[in-house]
Design a binder for this molecule. Sequence first.
Ligand code: ZN
Length: 325
Amino acid sequence: MATAENAYFRTELELRRERLLAASQANAADGTLQQLLTSVDDALSRLETGTFGICEECHDTIEADRLLCNPLIRFCLDHLSSDEQRALEKDLVLAAGIQKALLPRQDWSVDGWHACYHYQPANLVSGDYCDLIESGDGFLFLLGDVSGKGVAASMLMSHLHATFRTLAGQNLSLQKMVEHANRLFCESTIAGQFATMIVGWAKPNGKITYVSAGHLPLFHISAAGVRAREATGVPLGMFCTTNFPVCELTLEAGDKLLLYTDGLTEIFNAAGDEFGIARVHSLAKRHGATEPRAILTACLDEIRNFSAATKQTDDLTLLVLHRAS
Ligand SMILES: [Zn+2]
């Protein structure tokens, strides 16, 4: 395991050790604290001997996101006891339910705009973020992808959700909102975890302002054709103080925006070819004139045909905004 990660886990474990020692002084302290203290000491000694993060059964590396959630674990997912496995499955099903409840309503219509999305975790929970929030004059649309997969990524996703839901009610400019969110995200995540995101504000007059923090290009579909708009800033969580330039777009009646996560572009076929941005662009050209829901269906059909029997390995989210009038 890398030195920086070791240092991180050592600090975390020593902090837990201190807390446990303090708590065990209290009158109400029971034997479980002593057991935990032993587990923490064991983990610290595994760090010393270089066996931290190695499964005691198969000697393979333990999943990084699980270690981040719980540095005391000693077995990889394949070698949990059946009780542990059942508990984990229950937790995941619960987490999936919570995450589903965080999604915005489908077929969103507000101020002459219509939006629909497709949200598909690779497993039970997803590290993708998708939200629509009514905010004063118009509404906010947000689509993002947290680094990593699984439980740790889904926790960061719900963190982003809470952050933006709170900031949206604060009367901030788009730029300030993203700067605040970035700082909060930086301060609450560890090094190496970040999120690419598009945060946009759609107004009733068709004007859109948006920030693309290191995210894949969005596509503006209009009668004149399909235009890709590249990212203009770095991902959230990379640097605590950084600027996020705001871009502008105007959508005429009938125009659409297509946003997606890398679960779309990074799908591979049996020959090992990647779906890629160019295919998304061509898809937007061919299906741009159809209804938003039909664009989503076309996307899903196309990747199904492309990837055929290969399994979905990444979280996938698609969002289409349509200026109806
Ligand atoms: Zn194992």
